[in-house]
Structures are given as structure tokens and as C-alpha cells.
Design a binder for this molecule. Structure first.
Ligand code: FAD
Length: 287
């Protein structure tokens, strides 16, 4: 099933993102118990990252997406980047995904890693999206940035560039993580004013431990509202309290977004089933 059809059926589409196991020697199958638990949270689909952070991509994304779709009977969305891929490699990946019965792809440019030679067959995500659409075999989603992409001169310029994704056949957008819902509402307003009417799923990452604060929050360009920084400062030295507060913050954020009419919620649960479960419990009455 195309994910675009889910947006026609439901007022709020709920999805969860996972990444292939990263530990050296870890098998793809080591993620399967987590996927089994996540499947019980009734997600409309589960997405699987591809070489995120400019790291090396592998076949694991397709294998996991196929397992979600064919064995767990949940729709999957395979992320695919093009920054390090030739047209031939992309065509090969698409053929493999089709053979594995994966029907939906998130078309991304990918982060530029100076250590991996950049290929120029596809310059932007929209070039990849067009190639995928032309096969006629997949539904295609795209990424967006409520506070503007880091390389864009302005938020408006970034929003205007979304027209390329629309023209290339993208049927829904998923946002980068953000901690201040005002960013989402402002972004949505700008996209609608620009004539872009695609559903925009809000990407939410619960921040539940210190490592995430050091890595994700420090590296993300997301602005931090005072209530978020206060929470971090207050529970900085209490692991369990920080976990609970981080879940509560994400739940409140999501409840406000759903009540505010968000087209969907995309949960960056970082392969943590406990986090996903707790967030789901806090929002299930609204889904
Ligand atoms: P693009 O759409 O190409 O945009 C990049 C920049 O170019 C933007 O500033 C944009 O405004 C500009 N631009 C776009 N089109 C044009 C044009 N035609 N002319 C001029 N300028 C243009 N990365 C991974 O490596 N693996 C993943 O699995 C992954 N998953 C992600 C999931 C989500 C939901 C999000 C939000 C991001 C994800 N990323 C992932 C990160 C993403 O690859 C990076 O943010 C990357 O820097 C940009 O990707 P993009 O697809 O938005 O690129």
C-alpha cells in the first residue's frame, strides 16, 4: 500500500523510525525483537534509515524494510540517499527493493561526508525522487526542515525549494526533529502560502538521556525553547527523572501537534522500544 493512501484515510498518520544495527558484528536480525515490540504500537508505517549521518549505507535498510512489510505486515518506508551513489547503483537498489516487495521510499540527498567521494548523478533529493517516481513502482516521500535546512540562505528559500520535490512526485513530507512546536506551525503556514499542500508529518525525538543531549541536541540546529533547557538543567543528574521528563515533554509536544491539526507524527525513537511504548501510551487516545 502506498503511504499516500494512509493520509487520505486518517487525520493523523503515526510512524516510527528505526536504524539498522550499528555495532560491529551485529546482525540485521538483532533488530527484529525491537520491531516486533514496535509493531504492537499500531504504527501506520515504520521507516528505516540508510547510512544516516553520512555514514556507510548497506543492504540492511532494504532487508529490514522487507521484514517489516512481509513478515510483520506493517507498511515500511525505506530511506534512500543519493549523495554517494551513481545512477546505476540507485537503479540496482530500486530493483532489489521492488523484488523485496517494498513499496515506499523516502528520497534523500544524504549528508555530505568529506571522507566518502561524492557522486554527481543526483545533485538534490528531488533528482532521486524523480528517478524513483519514473519507475512507477513506489510511493515517494521527502524530508523537510521546519527551521530551514542548514545550507539554505533562509527558511523561505528552503520552502521554495520544496517545489522541486513536489514536481518530482513526492507525496508527503517528514520534518527534521524540533523541540518548539511554533517552528512546525510557522513552517506549515509558509508551505501552504507557497502553494505546497502535501501532508507534513512532524518528526519528534524524545530526549531521554545525557548522551542524546550531548550528541543529538548539540549537533542539531533545532532551537531550544526555555521549557526544554530548564528540563535538561533540572534533571541533568538524575537518569530516571530525565527519562520521565523527556517522555513527558515529547508527549506534550505531540498532543499539542495532533490537537493543532498536524497531518502526522513521525517518532524518532532511536530503536528504543521502551521510549516508543511510553510515548504511545501518552498519545494513543488521540491517534
Ligand atoms: P535536498 O532536498 O537536496 O536539500 C539540500 C539543500 O539543497 C537544502 O538547503 C535545499 O533547500 C537545497 N535544494 C534542494 N533542491 C534544490 C534545487 N533544485 N536547487 C537549489 N537548491 C536546492 N540522511 C541520511 O544520510 N540517511 C537517512 O536515512 C536520513 N534520513 C532522514 C530522515 C528525515 C525525516 C530527515 C529530515 C533527514 C534525513 N536525513 C538522512 C538527513 C538528510 O539527508 C540531510 O538533511 C541532507 O543534508 C539533506 O537532505 P534532503 O533530502 O533534504 O536534500
Amino acid at each position: 500500500m502506498r503511504i499516500s493512501d494512509k493520509f487520505k484515510e486518517k487525520s493523523c498518520v503515526f510512524s516510527i523510525e528505526v536504524f539498522p544495527p550499528k555495532k560491529v558484528g551485529a546482525t540485521v536480525e538483532s533488530l527484529y525483537p525491537t520491531l516486533e515490540s514496535l509493531s504492537k504500537l499500531n504504527p501506520d508505517y515504520i521507516s528505516v534509515t540508510y547510512g544516516a549521518g553520512g555514514g556507510k549505507a548497506s543492504d540492511a535498510t532494504g532487508t529490514i524494510a522487507a521484514h517489516i512489510k512481509n513478515d510483520l505486515h506493517i507498511e515500511s518506508l525505506a530511506h534512500l540517499t543519493c549523495v554517494n551513489a551513481t545512477k546505476e547503483q540507485v537503479e540496482q537498489t530500486l530493483a532489489t527493493l521492488k523484488a523485496e516487495n517494498v513499496e515506499n521510499i523516502l528520497a534523500l540527498r544524504g549528508d555530505i561526508n568529506p571522507e566518502i567521494p561524492r557522486q554527481m548523478d543526483f545533485v538534490h533529493a528531488s533528482d532521486l525522487a524523480r528517478t524513483i517516481t519514473q519507475t512507477g513502482d513506489f510511493g515517494v516521500a521527502g524530508a523537510c526542515y521546519p527551521e530551514g535546512h542548514v545550507e539554505s540562505s533562509s527558511l523561505k528559500a528552503d520552502v521554495d525549494n520544496l517545489h522541486y520535490k513536489v514536481e518530482a512526485g513526492v507525496t508527503h513530507l517528514i520534518t527534521q526533529l524540533f523541540f518548539d512546536n511554533i517552528s512546525y506551525y510557522r513552517f506549515l503556514n509558509l508551505t501552504r502560502k507557497a502553494g505546497i499542500s502535501l501532508p507534513v508529518q512532524a518528526g519528534i525525538m524524545p530526549i531521554v538521556n545525557k548522551r542524546q543531549i550531548q550528541r543529538t541536541v548539540a549537533l542539531s540546529s533545532a532551537s531550544l525553547p526555555p521549557q526544554f533547557t530548564k528540563m535538561i538543567a533540572k534533571y541533568d543528574h538524575d537518569e530516571q527523572a530525565l527519562f520521565d521528563a523527556g517522555i513527558e515533554y515529547a508527549v506534550e509536544q505531540i498532543r499539542d501537534l495532533i490537537n493543532g491539526g498536524a497531518d502526522g507524527i513521525h517518532l524518532y525513537a532511536m530503536n528504543n522500544e521502551r521510549v516508543a511504548q511510553r510515548v504511545y501510551e501518552g498519545i494513543r487516545d488521540l491517534l
